[in-house]
Design a protein around this ligand. Structure first.
Ligand code: ADP
Length: 400
């Protein structure tokens, strides 16, 4: 079975084509700047990478271009000679609200829910939906599956998702904690359970997804019970450009006392804060790391603030795990690649039984266990693969 995985953003479409018998990635690519004069597609297949400049006016053009490219450029692939060789399409959808608790075959009802949830994810859901509608047009009859970032967290209990606001804000407006990066937390926790040879439905772990966005999840017996992300992906840890948790009164102070408009504050807390805000250098951890090497005070402070926040959130996640934490898992661009960040975060986590092995932590590239042999809590690095998880979910639902 060949599955196309699409991640449709505001001006970009990311795609992956998977052959599911071998779980082999056949080709992948990214269209950027849809609707602009300098739009382009970068793709790779057969170890070759190419960029094509082309005016891509809209989603329809973009998806058609992806399909044409898959056939013309990657037609050498054994299994894809014709567009009909694509058996199903899996779509990343950010928000499924309360009604969606798992991946779903796309039906008119599912599309209506994605539409309903636009108010909860205005920057993502409209484009995710447009991707689905476009595929329905250009690949009629091919099943579409929607895989939701929020779905994995649908198991978190009310004590974790209810905000201490007047209850009507939950009842009337559905203001509650939802959680994001679910596909990644699910993928790496499944993989870690497999590596440690623990049945997933008995596996207790804390997963740290640290990329440009960052979140921590607490997983009890294979189900998410808590997450640092909230009503929106702005909550929790400081991120590349997002604040993470701050005292909500700061927002009011900025507006009422400092005279910022809500739009300006929105821009500051989403795009100018986090690593970029503290360091004044960059939102990118590699550049922060470089500045730390040059002993830049604010770069060092950025790392310290991030690690402090991660530590206290990891520790706060443990009481719900009934006294047994099997593993602490790091993933995402930072979690997978920055040994220094893992080292600073794990300093002090022996209190929860997690002992990092400095040597293994330094040497591990890709997947591996980086805790001391005697550490009661295993510390793992597991590269995330949200696209493969979406392909697996698509295969599972289509096979039903
Ligand atoms: P996204 O959340 O957009 O998918 P990624 O998961 O790719 O992002 O993570 C991006 C982050 O990972 C950036 O802050 C980047 O600097 C960081 N990163 C990537 N490689 C390394 C590395 N070798 N060392 C430290 N940080 C890294």
């Amino acid at each position: 079975m060949n599955i196309l995985v699409l991640n449709s953003g505001s001006s970009s479409i990311k795609y992956n084509l998977w052959e599911m018998t071998e779980k082999k990635l056949l080709c992948k690519g990214l269209i950027e700047k849809i609707g602009m004069d300098d739009s382009s597609m970068t793709f790779s297949a057969n170890d070759e990478k190419k960029t094509i400049q082309k005016v891509i006016k809209n989603y329809n053009d973009g998806i058609q271009f992806i399909l044409d490219t898959i056939i013309s450029e990657t037609g050498v692939l054994e299994s894809i000679k014709n567009i009909t060789d694509i058996n199903a399409v899996g779509h990343r959808v950010v928000h499924g609200g309360e009604k969606i608790t798992r991946s779903e075959i796309v039906t008119p009802e599912v599309k209506a829910i994605i539409e309903e949830c636009i108010s909860l994810a205005p920057l993502h859901n409209p484009h995710n939906l447009e991707g689905i509608k476009t595929i329905e047009k250009v690949l009629p009859g091919v099943p579409n599956v929607a895989v939701f970032d929020t779905a994995f967290h649908s198991t978190i209990p009310p004590k974790s998702y209810i905000y201490p606001l007047p209850y009507e804000f939950y009842e009337k407006y559905k203001i509650r904690r939802y959680g994001f990066h679910g596909t990644s937390h699910q993928y790496v926790s499944l993989k870690a359970a497999e590596l440690l040879n623990i049945p997933y439905n008995q596996f207790n772990c804390i997963t740290c997804h640290f990329g440009n966005g960052a979140s921590i999840a607490s997983i009890k017996r294979g189900a998410s019970v808590d997450t640092t992300m909230g009503f929106t992906p702005l909550a929790g840890l400081p991120m590349g450009t997002r604040t993470g948790d701050i005292d909500p009164a700061i927002i009011l102070y900025m507006i009422q006392q400092l005279g910022y408009t809500p739009e300006q504050v929105n821009d500051i807390i989403n795009k100018k804060s986090g690593f970029l805000g503290i360091s004044g250098i960059s939102s990118d951890m590699r550049e922060i790391r470089e500045a730390v090497r040059k002993r830049d005070y604010r770069a060092k402070l950025t790392l310290k603030v991030f690690a402090h926040s991660a530590k206290r959130l990891i520790a706060a996640m443990t009481p719900e795990l009934e006294g047994r934490l099997d593993a602490l898992i790091f993933t995402g661009g930072i979690g997978e690649n920055s040994g220094l960040t893992r080292e600073i975060i794990c300093k002090g986590l022996s209190i929860i039984g997690a002992y990092l092995d400095a040597e293994k932590n330094k040497l591990t590239k890709g997947e591996g266990i980086v805790s001391k042999d005697e550490s009661p809590v295993k510390i793992l690095v597991v590269p995330t693969n949200e696209e493969l998880m979406i392909a697996l979910e698509t295969q599972r639902l289509v096979a039903k």
